[in-house]
Design a protein around this ligand. Structure first.
Ligand SMILES: NC(=O)c1ccc[n+]([C@@H]2O[C@H](COP(=O)([O-])OP(=O)(O)OC[C@H]3O[C@@H](n4cnc5c(N)ncnc54)[C@H](O)[C@@H]3O)[C@@H](O)[C@H]2O)c1
Length: 258
């Protein structure tokens, strides 16, 4: 079968380890023939990500903390210096304080709220503004969301509110960037055991509930999320923008779990 991303260059932000959803996406993108660039957050992650890249085979591994405008700017300068143009941007980034993912939402501090919004939602705007000028022939921007942005999921709390903002950002960015043939979409993934997910209290109970109730009677495999990221990044997704696509074994359609 022809490779779906042949001739495309993708930058993937948010790969921390081999459990990261971004890791599965990077693997799928390389499989489909994309030239892949990976960013990591801070010096502490550099070695791990460079070692993982021995398996992935990305063309370049670059630093970018998305809360720091100067790091986003340096990334853009580096890409320009290399003569890189982009077809796909994958934003797979979120963060909230651990205590805000276990105590009642009403207890969320102002700082905790702003931190979650800054890293998990505003960063999509900052990254899109900085990197979209490199999408000289149009392209696709993708981000990762979760059901907690539209329904109350116990303990997801401040991150649910950040995902609601993220999904709204997807719609506004899609409207702004569509004239340049840049599409912006989110994948709302079912729960997957990653480093971020482990910060959510009772996360393993969530996995049990989903496996029992989801129409497909199982949890979500990161490879399924990655294949949808392939579709959205490829020309097959050319008519889709401003959307949130659920890759969650169907869980979001269900009501009572009786
Ligand atoms: N795991 C799940 O159940 C699940 C479900 C739906 C959506 N998501 C979303 O998928 C995305 C990826 O998360 P994951 O589950 O793969 O976990 P992960 O911990 O592997 O990935 C989160 C990434 O965010 C990065 N990050 C955090 N702060 C950053 C900053 N300031 N600058 C740059 N990068 C920063 C981390 O370095 C890490 O690579 C997140 O948006 C998450 O909310 C996860």
């Amino acid at each position: 079968m022809a490779q779906l991303l042949a001739g495309k260059t993708a930058i993937i932000l948010g790969l921390a380890n081999k459990w990261s959803i971004a890791y599965a996406i990077a693997q799928a993108y390389v499989r489909e023939g994309a030239k892949v660039l990976i960013t990591y957050q801070g010096e502490r992650q550099r070695q791990t990500v460079e070692e993982l890249n021995a398996e992935i085979g990305a063309a370049k591994v670059l630093p970018c903390d998305v809360t720091m405008e100067e790091e986003i700017g340096a990334l853009v300068e580096q890409l320009k210096a290399d003569g890189t143009t982009l077809d796909i941007i994958v934003h797979s980034i979120a963060f909230a304080n651990r205590e805000d993912l276990s105590r009642p939402f009403v207890e969320t501090s102002r700082d905790g709220y702003l931190l979650a919004q800054n890293v998990s939602a505003y960063s999509l705007v900052a990254v899109s503004r900085a990197l979209s000028p490199l999408m000289t022939h149009g392209g696709a921007i993708l981000t990762l969301s979760y059901l907690g942005g539209v329904r109350v999921v116990r303990n997801y709390n401040v991150m649910g509110v950040a995902k609601a903002a993220l999904e709204a950002c997807v719609r506004y960015l899609a409207s702004d960037l569509g004239a340049g043939n840049i599409r912006v979409n989110a994948i709302s993934a079912g729960p997957i055991k990653t480093a971020s997910a482990r910060g959510i209290r009772d996360f393993s109970k969530v996995l049990d509930v989903v496996a029992n109730l989801a129409p497909l009677r199982r949890n979500t495999d990161p490879a399924e999320v990655a294949d949808t990221a392939v579709f959205l990044g490829s020309d097959l997704g050319r008519g889709v923008t401003g959307n949130v696509i659920y890759v969650d074994a169907g869980f979001q359609i269900m009501g009572l779990g009786l």
